[in-house]
Design a binder for this molecule. Structure first.
Ligand SMILES: C[S@@+](CC[C@H](N)C(=O)[O-])C[C@H]1O[C@@H](n2cnc3c(N)ncnc32)[C@H](O)[C@@H]1O
Length: 349
């Protein structure tokens, strides 16, 4: 039954036929103003009384002129930044010394992308999730962007970036990032030292992410670099996806374009295909998705990674790979193959 909900995808890849900007103007504005209550509230309708509930939808009414102006200006900002993301303006984002100084697993283009999103796409009314911050590389790129963000500079608030990590040295990070004697120890102190300059922007959620919840604050940018196991993936979906705002919120799925194992990332975005649209990618690793429909809470809580049957997962993975071409398609197919082998080995029906 759950699967049927996503059987007719509206999802289009970055190679889609739509001209740049079409989605940003048409979809972004319409969906944000009338399709979603949180979206309407965040767009300046901060008084609940200004939001009128219609069956299944929320309709704004009696807006004062000032609110109209805030609404229009916010929509234009989103449309403009989305178009810039789609046109890869982030690829020329400067990488300050700060971004280059912190050890990271991200490639330079991913740092540029995150810095750009913090500077240009973030509108300063929601949260930025830095899911899997490691030594602070992604944190630094996002934070440098926020510090240069005009909306944040005009009304600085804290914390805007929520960094999640359990800060435990894992074997695969030895010896590249840590000497052997550090196995299993905490690297929280290194993270704190590396991100000292942004302490006022950060809330650090230390510990296994599956033990953390989210109170429901709208999320503008959801960077996912922590969904390295199936159960964590389902937790991330359940915890954060319902707080994404249609027409504005971006999800960065790190490790989406990777040839090993992480097939559940592709499966996830295909499963929620009605809710997301591909905007851009960094060639390898990260793919950026725009939220186009609100993710229903009940669907987000359905734990698709742990419960979908193999035949359905295979169907979703095939559809995911078909959105890409060349080398990228091959990587997705390889990751899908690994994932399917893993499910077969553990006896998933
Ligand atoms: C690929 S690294 C993140 C790289 C980082 N974004 C960067 O800029 O270098 C993945 C991170 O996820 C964290 N992680 C993995 N599983 C976790 C879990 N269940 N709870 C919290 N953090 C977890 C690891 O500690 C690791 O730092």
């Amino acid at each position: 039954m759950i699967v049927t909900a996503c059987a007719q995808p509206t999802f289009t890849s970055c190679q889609c036929a739509d001209p740049p900007g079409k989605m940003a103007v048409a979809d972004g504005s319409d969906r944000r103003t009338v399709g979603d209550r949180e979206g309407a509230l965040k767009l300046g309708l901060r008084d609940e009384a200004q939001v009128d509930r219609a069956p299944g939808r929320y309709r704004a009414r009696r807006l004062p002129v000032r609110t109209h102006l805030a609404l229009v200006s916010s929509r234009l900002m989103s449309a403009e930044s989305l178009q810039a993301v789609r046109e890869r303006a982030w690829a020329t984002e400067p990488l300050d010394d700060a971004c280059q100084r912190v050890p990271t697993m991200l490639i330079p283009d991913e740092l540029r992308l995150l810095r750009f999103l913090g500077r240009r796409h973030f509108e300063n009314w929601g949260a930025i999730i830095d899911g899997g911050c490691f030594l602070g590389g992604s944190t630094t790129a996002l934070a440098e962007g926020v510090l240069a963000n005009a909306a944040w500079q005009g009304a600085p608030r804290r914390p805007v970036i929520h960094s999640f990590d359990r800060f435990r040295v894992e074997d695969y990070t030895i010896p590249t990032y840590f000497p052997p004697e550090r196995a299993g120890t905490s690297f929280r102190a290194e993270f704190d030292a590396n991100t000292e300059r942004y302490r006022h922007l950060l809330e650090v959620h230390d510990g296994d992410i599956t033990a953390h919840s989210w109170a429901g604050e709208p999320i503008e940018i959801l960077f996912i670099d922590v969904a390295k196991t199936m159960s964590v993936n389902d937790h991330v979906i359940e915890t954060f996806f319902p707080s994404l705002v249609p027409g504005h919120s971006l999800v960065v799925q790190q490790d989406y374009l990777w040839h090993e194992v992480m097939g559940w990332l592709q499966m996830t975005m295909e499963f929620f295909a009605d809710c997301f649209e591909i905007v851009t990618d960094t060639q390898v690793h990260s793919v950026v998705f725009l939220t186009v429909e609100r993710v229903p809470v009940e669907l987000a809580s359905s734990r698709p990674t742990m419960t979908l049957r193999r035949a359905e997962i295979e169907r979703l993975l095939t559809r995911a790979a078909d959105r890409f071409s060349g080398e990228q398609r091959t990587w997705l197919q390889q990751a899908a193959g690994d994932f399917m082998d893993m499910l077969a080995a553990e006896g998933r029906p």
